[in-house]
Unconditional design. Structure first.
Length: 131
């Protein structure tokens, strides 16, 4: 709380550093090539881990400790079971049919508007296009 009050006081007295100068100071603290190299290393590690099978992930989780590893494995297993139950009730290919039917209905409305010579007035009314 004291630091916040001090910051407010500094701001009121206008004794603060210009943002551009603060940016230059912070930017000089980093070697951006090193930051990029470290970021690439992290992405490569994540990409390598995401390609593991469930058994590979579980064996890796067990390295975190006896209790923690078992807990992570339990969460992974429970998640897989829940996914399979959900896929049983709602197959994954249903979303593709739904999305296609929406686009075909929109195209049918546009074709109908053009065929009936209602043209732009129907489109403006249906899709609320500003005039």
């Amino acid at each position: 709380m004291d630091a916040l009050n001090e910051a407010i006081l500094i701001r009121k007295k206008q004794r603060f550093m210009e943002p551009a100068l603060a940016h230059q100071i912070v930017a000089s603290m980093y070697n951006w090539r090193d930051v990029a190299r470290r970021t690439e290393r992290i992405y490569d590690t994540v990409n390598l881990c995401s390609n593991l099978s469930d058994s590979g992930k579980m064996s890796r989780y067990l390295l975190f400790g006896r209790l923690t590893g078992l807990l992570f494995c339990l969460v992974l297993s429970l998640g897989r079971i829940i996914m399979k139950v959900c896929e049983f009730f709602v197959p994954t290919d249903v979303s593709l049919d739904f999305e296609t039917s929406i686009h075909s209905k929109s195209n049918d409305l546009i074709t109908q508007a053009i065929d009936t010579n209602l043209g732009s007035s129907l489109l403006i009314e249906r899709f609320r296009i500003p005039r």
